[in-house]
Design a binder for this molecule. Sequence first.
Ligand code: NAD
Ligand code: UDP
Length: 313
Amino acid sequence: MKKILVTGGAGFLGSHLCDRLIEQGHEIICLDSLFTGSQKNIESLLKHPSFTFIKHDVVDPIDFEKLDEIYNLACPASPVHYQFNPIHTMKTSVMGGLNMLELARKTGAKVFQASTSEVYGDPSVHPQPEEYWGNVNTIGIRSCYDEGKRAAETLFFDYQRVHGVKIKVVRIFNTYGPRMAADDGRVVSNFIVQALRGQDLTVYGDGSQTRSFCYADDLVAGFMQLMNAGDEIVGPINMGNPGEFTMIELAEKVLRLTGSTSKLIHMPLPQDDPKQRRPDITKAKQLLGWEPTVALEQGLERTIDYFKKVVTQ
Ligand code: NAD
Ligand code: UDP
């Protein structure tokens, strides 16, 4: 049994990760400021004797005597939320990353960083392999998130080089599933909630921009495979589902699967919105034998079932 710290553990992805780690018999400390996460996501775990929840902001240092592994997921992921307090978002990635790396250095724990496809910015290489250095606007409204995550990657690799800390870095592409917050602002939750409420689906721009959507269970399995792989496999490694769809295609799928008669309306495209995104997952396949198993429609059906239970009309 390992002692594992999960930051952002009350969030969408973090809570699924905590579920899997508890199932495997580990002792979990879940650290979360509850900025975008919720105790509801970890309701069943709060009673578990091997699960501890600590409300804490990763920007502030924290000490533990013994830890085997740290999964650093703390950071708002939806553009609406990470742009709400952009300076704090940057601090969360940089100071939060630094605090977790210091903790790893002191305890000898392996430390995992939830990085992002946003390090590629609005990519001029498609699909995106890990070798691509990206195309990020340093001063735009998405930069607090993109540049924060890029700086965190730098810190992780410098801690490995300078202090010999064992690191694991994954670049996550758009992921969806149950426990996304209904007001999260990301496209999958927005479209499903709007369709279930009979509201217009808000397509930003002309809807021709593309994304690749990975189901949460697939991604979390990949996180654990990377953490448990040999120390020589550090990443950065792309994880996502290579199926690529326009936002119009996504909207049409959601309408069909919900049976909703809602209409599509077009809203302004946000500044610096990437035009296309699809992961090259060759490395994840070769190094970890990982690839997604849940197709978009299958994952959407499960996510729609979840939102039917939590969304009030
Ligand atoms: P989420 O917003 O549901 O979860 C983030 C969690 O971190 C929340 O519980 C929030 O309260 C907590 N948090 C935020 N700032 C914090 C702080 N300063 N201190 C402590 N806790 C804090 O988002 P998610 O989709 O579960 O994302 C989890 C991680 O994965 C994030 O680091 C995100 O950047 C990364 N990621 C997610 C996606 C995706 O599509 N879901 C894509 C790329 C990267
Ligand atoms: N989007 C949209 N309608 C919405 C929310 C988002 O058309 O209600 C678009 C957004 O402009 C982007 C894509 O969907 O092109 C994915 O947005 P999301 O916020 O989910 O993630 P991103 O990949 O931008 O971080």
